[in-house]
Write a protein that binds this ligand. Structure first.
Ligand SMILES: Cc1cc2nc3c(=O)[nH]c(=O)nc-3n(C[C@H](O)[C@H](O)[C@H](O)COP(=O)(O)OP(=O)(O)OC[C@H]3O[C@@H](n4cnc5c(N)ncnc54)[C@H](O)[C@@H]3O)c2cc1C
Length: 320
């Protein structure tokens, strides 16, 4: 046993963090994964994932998360539920502290992913959970026979519009730009649905209602005209923010707030690695995040051996 509680502490149990932990544990590292919510990450409520290597018929996020957690369990990974607030340098590694946890590890892999951006408009906070949602697959059945609006024009917005369409009487996708960002395949599926309508160059200025949402106040950017779209549920997908606020100035961040890494997923601080959506220039795909996790874990294992931090790991350094 080394002087630290763990060889590798992974912050975040999304696809990047779980793959990092599985790889690290299989290489013999004493590994813990800490997540504030549980295993699975941001994809946990997604109905259908088509592009993750595996079954041809795809799978849901609520199948993928537990599957990876089970694999991690079998590899000997420890789990803890907490929100990590700080990572600080110690003499022989790092101290990782949260609301309840306070532990040390020789290396850290930050796989904290991203969180959904908000619109910052009147009514958004007021109606959160009462018509304002970020999970169509969770709240879709509540929209049966009702009008729903989706704000955003990327893959997530279209994924969720398609999840809502079988329930809602009408789904209006509202996008502020002149062109959609969603993949051609998702756009084609949305255009085939008879009850999905797309409004481009339109911004949402306020969410209106009383006990729940009843309408969106919108402005048409091409004409400047304002109007209201009746709607009982609004689902917001306007991009993601990296979960790096808790790191403060611990590691160097890029202009967009993501963690700067090299090809080994090494951050500006030797011994701290980053993987997945949270790292700069991530393509924000599940398969890429899984790959990042594996790279970060192998780099951490090599770092441990080179630094001679944990003697028992030495013989694993060249393992694959
Ligand atoms: C609606 C939607 C649909 C998507 N569909 C697809 C798809 O079909 N195919 C695809 O390839 N990609 C898809 N994506 C993108 C994909 O979800 C991400 O690329 C992937 O989840 C990134 O994985 P990650 O492990 O890096 O981060 P995340 O999945 O974001 O996981 C990060 C984890 O870290 C935890 N965490 C964050 N901060 C802390 C902290 N301080 N302390 C403790 N825990 C913390 C979070 O709770 C979370 O569990 C979709 C995304 C969304 C939002």
């Amino acid at each position: 046993m080394g002087a630290n509680d763990y060889d590798i502490a992974v912050v975040g149990a999304g696809v990047a963090g779980l793959n990092a932990a599985i790889t690290a544990a299989r290489h013999g590292a004493r590994t813990i994964v800490i997540d504030m919510l549980g295993a699975g990450g941001q994809v946990i409520n997604v109905d259908r994932i088509d592009n993750f290597p595996g079954p041809a018929e795809g799978m849901s996020g609520f199948e993928l998360g537990p599957m990876l957690q089970m694999q991690a369990d079998e590899a000997g990974v420890e789990f803890a539920l907490d929100t990590i607030d700080t990572i600080s340098k110690t003499q022989g590694g790092f101290r990782i502290a949260g609301a309840d946890l306070d532990l040390t590890a020789a290396t850290v892999i930050v796989a904290a992913g991203s969180a959904k951006r908000t619109l910052g408009i009147p009514g958004e906070a007021e109606f959160e959970g009462r018509g304002v949602s970020h999970c169509a697959s969770c709240d879709g059945p509540l929209m049966r026979g009702k009008e729903a609006c989706i704000v955003g024009g990327g893959d997530s917005a279209f994924d969720e519009a398609l999840a809502l369409a079988p329930h809602a009487s009408r789904v209006t996708i509202i996008h502020r730009g002149p062109r959609l960002k969603a993949s051609a395949a998702l756009q084609a599926r949305a255009r085939e649905a008879s009850n999905i309508e797309i409004r481009l160059e339109t911004v949402v200025e306020a969410i209106r209602g009383e006990n729940g949402v009843t309408a969106l106040a919108v402005r048409d950017l091409s004409t400047g005209q304002t109007s209201e779209i009746p709607c009982h549920g609004v689902f917001i997908y306007v991009g993601l923010e990296p979960n790096t606020a808790f790191l403060g100035e611990t590691v160097a961040l890029a202009a967009d707030g993501r963690i700067v890494v090299d090809l080994d997923m090494q951050t500006s601080v030797p011994g701290i690695f980053a993987a997945g959506d949270v790292r700069a220039r991530s393509v924000a795909h599940l398969a890429a995040s899984a790959g990042d996790g594996v790279t970060a874990a192998i780099s951490a294992i090599r770092y441990l051996a080179a630094e001679d931090i944990d003697e028992p790991l030495k013989h694993h350094a060249s393992a694959r």
